[in-house]
Design a binder for this molecule. Structure first.
Ligand code: 8YV
Length: 316
């Protein structure tokens, strides 16, 4: 390393688009650490080409969900650390990062409350048709839609991890029966939450509300066969990852009355522009699960701290 290189300030690419919106503290932390900040100039998720063009000079990336695949990472010759503002890591080629010696960090706890609360809001909204009546009133229609209670119903939680567990706690006053499915069942946790583990087909057949709280997986968890197991009066909620539900099969089930409604915050392609937007019994939000100011502030602060400690481990 020559003298010019040694005197160079470390540079971080803030590829996550909404950084600093909820709070100025994370940006101040970067400034105080003397790190040069390169902002995402597009104000939205970067494409592969855009992040490829911005990444070669970065020592660190504070990342959103933009593609950080092997092609992008190979161009990142200075990169030491990818620090995700968020929990999901499926946008990062972890093997490529390992081979290139790039550390990867995330903020697994910071958004738990935000996603669990939004999920509860989505469940209540679909059951009572709040979103639908709101849309109709804005269009001049005064029409009371009959909904149903959450109290006493059966809720099936697929994925009883941090968010699934928090949702189970929030559901306690509603006196629901909770069925859960998880690849790594923990009976102690289930007992504390009053949840019972069942196989996924039983959960789908018995639940009035099915809600997904899984990481992104290579294959969908709910396709035509699984949706057909659900009661026609049941609703489906997905505020985790879009690829977990086959959107075409879900659209058909809702259109044909084989499912009563759905709330989706995550989509196989985002921004979502598909046909589920045409159904009145579907509530949609634009992948905003973590968008509570308290959660975003905590996620961003933790992402900066994670980045700084990883850089220190590299002796930077
Ligand atoms: C997004 C999320 O990452 O944490 C996750 O995995 O899905 C979200 O929090 C976040 O909105 C990107 O900034």
């Amino acid at each position: 390393m020559n003298a010019q290189e040694m005197n160079r300030r470390l540079s971080v690419l803030l590829s996550v688009s909404s950084f600093g919106v909820a709070s100025s503290t994370p940006l101040r932390m970067l400034e105080e650490a003397g790190i040069e900040v390169v902002m995402n100039p597009y104000g939205r998720r970067l494409t592969e080409d855009e992040v490829s063009d911005l990444i070669p000079l970065a020592d660190a990336v504070i990342a959103g969900t933009e593609p950080l695949n092997s092609r992008v990472l190979e161009r990142a010759t200075r990169l030491r650390v990818i620090s995700r503002v968020g929990v999901g890591l499926e946008n990062i080629d972890m093997n490529a990062a390992l081979q290139l010696g790039i550390a990867v960090r995330n903020t697994p706890d910071a958004l738990t409350d935000a996603v669990a609360e939004l999920t509860l809001g989505g469940i209540l909204s679909v059951l009572r048709r709040i979103g639908q009546m709101d849309r109709e009133m804005h269009q001049g229609l005064w029409e009371r839609r009959m909904g149903s209670l959450l109290r006493g119903r059966t809720v099936g939680i697929i994925g009883l991890g941090r968010i699934g567990r928090r949702l189970a706690q929030l559901l306690e006053p509603f006196e629901v029966r909770i069925l859960a499915s998880d690849r790594a069942p923990d009976d102690g946790v289930a007992n504390t939450l009053g949840a019972s583990y069942v196989d996924i087909d039983t959960l789908l057949a018995e639940a009035d509300v099915v809600t997904l709280h899984l990481p992104g997986l290579a294959e969908p968890v709910l396709g035509k066969r699984e949706l057909n197991l659900m009661k026609p009066t049941a609703i489906l909620v997905n505020a985790s990852r879009g690829g977990l539900v086959e959107e075409g099969a879900l659209h058909a089930a809702l259109l044909e009355g084989r499912l009563a409604g759905a709330y989706l915050d995550a989509f196989s392609t985002e921004p979502y522009e598909g046909e589920l937007r045409n159904l009145a019994n579907v509530l949609l939000t634009p992948h905003a699960g973590s968008y509570a100011a308290e959660a975003r502030e905590r996620m961003e602060i933790e992402a900066v701290e994670n980045m700084l400690s990883a850089l220190r481990e590299f002796g930077e």
